[in-house]
Design a protein around this ligand. Structure first.
Ligand code: NAP
Ligand code: GCO
Length: 267
């Protein structure tokens, strides 16, 4: 019978990649509230230090590591160090990600490859690094941060959509290949969330009006607002907990209803 204990992450070690701020930071905070020990990484020591301080301010003793998630050797070394210093990783959140908003025919192959590298190749690298210990331990949770662009396209985000669409299928494939080892791999597909990544889409215009894209998202979202990173915490805790042990290969869209809505009719 389900009990609230099933939602507890007590005694679990959670690695959230790219979690000095933004969505990763909010998810890590929610997991810490549910009892998890938080481990995170970022590209620069300065950001890791800032992240550790921000977690401390939130009452969380987080373990921070400098690691480029695209570098397989560095990821393997970080996972080995985490296992030695903190413990075997029970929960992986592949959160680190970038976006480059460039019309496709103006985008260099180098830029396209960089987005694929961070948003698709890196989740593969990190998942591959943590799964063997999850198999040995007899359980594991992997949560890949997908996107609306795992389902929809739009102008200027061809690389990002290709990566996030691929990440949806990588999520389903990990679920298929490792479900027998009691490893559940699911995705979270955030809608439009107010973080540094989307700041350019929300810039107030010189005349003081909302950015056209900001107005577009408000009209497309039944909730009538951008999401906050904190809106993703509860769904992440659910997918990281025993309460979701029979949920596998799901992409859980946390989008305020964008998927369901044709958009506000012009007044
Ligand atoms: P963000 O504010 O840009 O934060 C991204 C984080 O990832 C930063 O801490 C960044 O570190 C880190 N990172 C980037 N490349 C890395 C690398 N190679 N190795 C290690 N860390 C790296 O983004 P966000 O809005 O919080 O988004 C987080 C995730 O949610 C991303 O996967 C994004 O695609 C996805 N998402 C966002 C939205 C949204 O509306 N914001 C919606 C759907 C999905 P640095 O600061 O050092 O670069
Ligand atoms: C964009 C936005 C989106 C969000 C997110 C939506 O330029 O369209 O950045 O891609 O980041 O992925 O789910």
């Amino acid at each position: 019978m389900t009990s609230m204990n099933d939602f507890s992450l007590q005694g679990k070690v959670a690695l959230v990649t790219g979690a000095s701020y933004g969505i990763g930071f909010a998810i890590a905070k929610a997991m810490a509230c549910a009892g998890a020990t938080i481990v995170f990484n970022d590209l620069k020591q300065e950001l890791v230090d800032k992240g550790v301080a921000a977690y401390k301010e939130a009452g969380i003793e987080a373990h921070g590591y400098v690691c480029n998630v695209c570098d397989e050797d560095a990821v393997n070394a970080m996972v080995a160090q985490i296992e030695k210093e903190v413990g075997v990783i029970d929960i992986l959140v592949n959160n680190a990600g970038i976006i480059k908003r460039i019309p496709m025919i103006e985008m260099s192959a180098k830029d396209f490859r960089q987005v694929i590298d961070v948003d698709l190749n890196a989740p593969f690298i990190v998942a591959k690094a943590v799964i063997p210990s999850m198999i040995k331990k007899g359980h594991g949770k992997i949560i890949n941060i997908c996107s609306m662009m795992s389902e929809f396209g739009r102008e200027t985000v061809s690389a990002y959509a290709a990566a996030k669409g691929g990440l949806k299928m990588l999520t389903r494939n990990i679920a298929s290949e490792y479900g027998e080892y009691n490893i559940q791999c699911n995705g979270i597909g955030p809608g439009y969330i107010a973080t540094p990544q989307t700041a350019p889409l929300r810039e107030v215009q010189p005349d003081g009006s909302r950015h056209p894209f900001d107005q577009f998202i408000i009209a497309k979202t039944p909730a009538g607002r951008w999401g906050e990173a904190e809106d993703l915490g509860g769904p992440a805790v659910f997918l990281a907990s025993d309460a979701s042990n029979f949920v596998n290969g799901l992409i859980l869209y946390v989008d305020g209803g964008i998927h369901a809505y044709i958009g506000k009719q012009p007044s």
